[in-house]
Design a binder for this molecule. Structure first.
Ligand SMILES: [Fe+2]
Length: 643
């Protein structure tokens, strides 16, 4: 369907709301469309990128190609301490003092890593013909007058939080704002004691429930040190096991375009993944990542523990977190004036506080929003490490991970900043047959999750469609009754104004292709992100609510509930003014969803705000196996009149 063409379901839903509207159905539709057009006009920069809500990556605001150098005797930048991580810390706060004779409001302090950021040769001479001062972006920056009285005294002091990302750091004072950067002073380098340390472990469930994987980042190639995980059962497991890890990396040449291939490029280090196999369901395990050097000594990471997944169909308390579009943010306040992902730290902190009360996390796309600035992936993995080191952290592919023109994706837009999926597909493990095809299933006790890849073609006849049907059709619902579909873009229902501006409530050809599968195989809940807000529908069949009930569902299973949970952290997007009749609850705020299966008959759904962790929307599902078997709509099996 062409953009701008009105979708039949859109007309239908608006017609439904029209019954309550004093202007009648046509009037209400006109109001909605007018509101949508206004919203579309306001959101033009976002629409141009193919997404409902976009911030500008703060690092992209720096006109690096215009940078000049003009070092001043009066100018200085000093950072302390010079040595970080003396006790093995992978995160440290440093104090940066700076000053000079002619301060201005748009002076700024850049954090560079590696410390030697001045280069005479840039990788793309057609874009940078004059061999400028800077060929690489800083990892972050802060305005100098963030420090009180900088304009009065001409000197200031800022605290930066640094994470261990394999190289040393330097701090540079620029004048001329971000548009005409002029370097006036640089600090001497500072460094972590061991920049190559193994850091930021992330667990993920493997291809079966008996397998947990751990992925981490280090500066050690396999030729220098051998990566492994040491692990075992916490109680009664005997001697620890050492399992070797595989090692991956990638080069600038594997990026698809700018800025990932140019100013955003940064050496990614080495990404290691080890598989801990033959786990006993629900047992507690410890693990510790490490690298064995040639002299036999070991460089260790920190020790953590996790609980092994339940076996498929196992009846025990199982709690799942789902959200999308979280992004990252800096705890030191740097980059924040860009207001890039204002809810990110709140969401992360609520999940860290609540670690004892859930079992597995699904972050369904748009993770770091690095957009081609590779350093930001280290910072994202560091931000979520307190969660991912202890809980399986399952991801989906979003437009900000994957999309790039002419790269085999379904959307020919530049949202990944040239990463074209390489970072997400390397930095995290997920149990896909081919990591470039980001679809997979997860059996977690009484749940089955079918995770789809909305950045690749899902339509009937494609490999992905076959996978989705296979995933949905092979689950044994008497033991795994809770069937969940998830994808990044909204393939189901959202009353976000961006979709409405296109005369629809979904991505083109989303549910047109998949609805029959959700209906035939009776998916309980379909989750989406991409739209940065929260919305929950009634149980739907052919775009119609199958019940007037809003929060306590029971009996025959005859509709799928669609949930947008894209308020993880990136700035919020707005709704249509008229509310479609299938839309039960909308919240224009940051938050995440928690599913709790108490047993095969009882499921609790909760939506929590990231600001306070409290529940703002919820529903329950109570039903028995016969309620899934019983004949409804097109999931009926043929029967005979013979007895
Ligand atoms: Fe997205």
């Amino acid at each position: 369907m062409a953009i701008g063409e009105s979708h039949p379901a859109f007309e239908e839903a608006v017609a439904g709301t029209g019954e309550r509207h004093p202007m009648g159905r046509r009037g209400a539709a006109a109001v909605v469309l007018a509101a949508a057009l206004v919203a579309a006009a306001l959101a033009l920069p976002a629409a141009a990128t193919g997404s409902p809500a976009e911030g500008l990556q703060p690092l992209s605001k720096i006109a690096l190609h215009k940078a000049t150098v003009d070092l001043h005797d009066s100018a200085y930048v000093r950072a302390t301490p010079a040595l970080l991580g003396e006790q093995g810390e992978d995160t440290e706060w440093v104090t940066v003092k700076y000053g000079w004779a002619t301060p201005s409001v748009d002076d700024w302090i850049a954090v560079f890593s590696p410390a030697d950021f001045i280069s005479g040769t840039c990788p793309n001479p057609s874009r940078y013909p004059d061999e400028p001062l800077l060929c690489t972006a800083p990892i972050k920056y802060q305005y100098a007058n963030y420090s009180a009285n900088y304009m009065y005294w001409g000197k200031g002091s800022i605290r930066f939080q640094l994470i261990n990302q394999r190289y040393d750091f330097s701090f540079a004072l620029f004048t001329g704002g971000l548009e005409k950067p002029k370097l006036v002073a640089v600090s001497t380098p500072i460094s972590f004691k061991n920049p190559k340390s193994p850091v930021y472990p992330r667990l993920a469930q493997g291809k079966s429930y008996e397998e947990m994987t751990v992925t981490w980042t280090s500066g050690y190639d396999i030729s220098e040190a051998y990566p492994f995980v040491e692990w075992g059962m916490v109680v009664g497991g005997g001697a620890p096991t050492r399992t070797a890890a595989g090692t991956l990396t990638f080069s600038r040449g594997s990026m698809c375009g700018e800025p990932a291939r140019t100013v955003g490029w940064r050496e990614p280090g080495f990404i290691h993944t080890a598989f801990m196999r033959d786990l006993w369901p629900n047992k507690e395990y410890y693990y510790k990542i490490g690298h064995e050097l040639s002299d036999g000594s070991v460089v260790w990471g920190k020790a953590y523990s996790f609980r092994a997944p339940p076996s498929p169909g196992q009846n025990s308390l199982q709690r799942i977190i789902v959200f999308g579009d979280m992004g990252k943010a800096e705890r030191d306040g740097s980059n924040e004036f860009a207001n890039y992902q204002p809810g990110s730290l709140n969401t992360t902190d609520r999940l860290i506080e609540d670690l004892d009360n859930y079992d597995i996390v699904f972050h369904i796309g748009d993770m770091a929003y690095a957009n081609g600035y590779i350093s930001q992936w280290d910072q994202f993995t560091a931000q979520v490490a307190p969660i991912s080191a202890k809980k399986p952290y399952m991801i989906a592919s979003g437009n900000h991970e994957r999309d790039w023109p002419n790269s085999g994706g379904f959307f020919d837009v530049e949202d990944s900043g040239g990463e074209c999926g390489v970072l997400a597909e390397t930095m995290y493990y997920y149990p896909a047959e081919n990591r470039a095809n980001f679809w997979y299933k997860v059996d977690y006790g009484m749940f089955r999750f079918c995770v789809a890849d909305s950045e690749h073609d899902w339509r009937e006849g494609t490999e992905q469609y076959k996978f989705i049907e296979q995933c949905l059709s092979t689950v044994d619902r008497k033991h795994q009754p809770w069937l969940v579909f998830a994808a990044h873009r909204v393939l189901g229902y959202s009353s976000d104004s961006w979709y409405a501006a296109q005369g629809t409530f979904e991505e083109p050809e989303g549910r047109e292709s998949l609805q029959k599968l959700w209906q035939k195989y009776r998916v309980d809940i379909a989750f989406f992100g991409h739209v940065h807000n929260y919305e929950r529908t009634c149980p739907l069949y052919q775009s119609q609510c199958v019940t007037g009930e809003r929060s306590r569902y029971s009996g025959t299973m005859n509709g799928t509930i669609f949930v947008v949970a894209g308020g993880g952290g990136s700035h919020l997007s707005s709704y249509t003014t008229a509310i479609p009749k299938w839309s039960i609850f909308r919240d224009h705020d940051y938050g995440f969803v928690k599913l709790t299966a108490f047993n095969q008959s009882s499921l609790l759904f909760e939506y929590k705000k990231s600001s306070d962790g409290r529940v703002y929307d919820s529903f329950t599902v109570d039903r028995d196996y016969r309620d899934v078997l019983s004949c409804v709509h097109d999931s009926c099996f043929p029967t005979t009149l013979a007895t």
